[in-house]
Design a protein around this ligand. Structure first.
Ligand SMILES: C[S@@+](CC[C@H](N)C(=O)[O-])C[C@H]1O[C@@H](n2cnc3c(N)ncnc32)[C@H](O)[C@@H]1O
Length: 261
């Protein structure tokens, strides 16, 4: 053992900042962020959380999908990505060695299609700790204001649009789709192989952003036509199946009128 054996290493946390409003994060997340000497986050996440940073904090861009194939898709500049990854490796290893705490801050739940999940594997020897937080899924569930699992025979599946075909044999009572870049016609075509055209669909837009979240209810058969009338944001979760249409006193729920004529 060398003379540094009592030296305290820093910790690496993957912290959820929650989704939407800047106060949608847990107290534990706030404490970890307040203790961080180094913050690594995408710029919009930095804006959402910077009020909690130490005065002397060092802040770095977390990139999108670093240490995974996600960052290398399409026309990605791989040399640039590798340089970014090398810089992050140096920052994290040196900081933790020097006893500094590093917080990689993520939006939503990092384990659900989270763009920073690659940090877990890349820095596994540092035993990163995940501080959980509100996913868009949690925030959208709250918008729907109903129980999604209320009997033991029900099934609820979280997935992506490209995986729909896999549920053909046994469609779940409720299927929740993270949309990423959604092609609505293809999605509806695939869903119609699982569910009857009268199946209820709820689109949850901007979940967690109190002033702009919206729910649109529409029957599966009308979804393509309806989608031409509305601007579907990237921040959209699609719920299909055994869900009830709910009205909303604050007027932020929009109903497909064509299903009520
Ligand atoms: C890369 S995934 C990240 C999900 C994130 N880890 C989470 O837990 O919410 C991005 C997808 O999540 C969904 N999403 C993210 N933010 C959202 C929001 N505020 N409202 C509704 N859906 C959202 C959309 O389907 C979007 O395409």
């Amino acid at each position: 053992m060398n003379s540094n054996s009592t030296h305290q290493m820093g910790r690496l946390h993957l912290v959820s900042a929650g989704i939407g409003d800047s106060d949608n994060l847990t107290l534990k997340a706030v404490h970890v962020i307040q203790e961080a000497d180094v913050v690594i986050a995408m710029q919009f996440v930095q804006r959402q959380t910077e009020s909690y940073y130490k005065e002397c904090v060092q802040v770095f861009d977390a990139g999108h999908g670093l240490f995974t194939e996600l960052s290398r898709r399409g026309n990605a500049d791989v040399a640039k990505i590798e340089a970014q990854e090398n810089k992050i490796r140096d920052v994290i290893h040196q900081s933790v060695q020097c006893g500094l705490n590093v917080a990689v801050i993520e939006f939503g739940d990092p384990t659900l299609y989270g763009p920073q999940v690659g940090y877990l594997k890349e820095f596994s020897e540092l035993k990163p700790i995940i501080v959980p937080g509100i996913s868009s899924f949690n925030a959208a569930n709250a918008m729907l204001r109903q129980s999604l699992l209320n009997s033991q025979s029900q099934t609820l599946m979280l997935s992506s649009v490209s995986a729909i075909q896999q549920y053909k044999v046994n469609p779940p009572s409720v299927l929740v789709l993270f949309t990423m870049k959604m092609e609505i016609e293809k999605m509806v075509e695939a869903l119609l192989e699982l569910y009857v055209p009268e199946t209820q669909v709820a689109l949850a837009f901007n979940a967690g952003f109190t002033t702009k979240q919206q729910t649109i209810y529409v029957k599966l058969r009308d979804l393509v036509e309806e989608s031409n009338k509305i601007d579907i944001p990237w921040e959209c979760l699609v719920y299909v199946g055994n869900i009830k249409e709910m009205s909303d006193d604050e007027g932020n729920t929009f109903t497909d009128t064509s299903t009520h004529q």
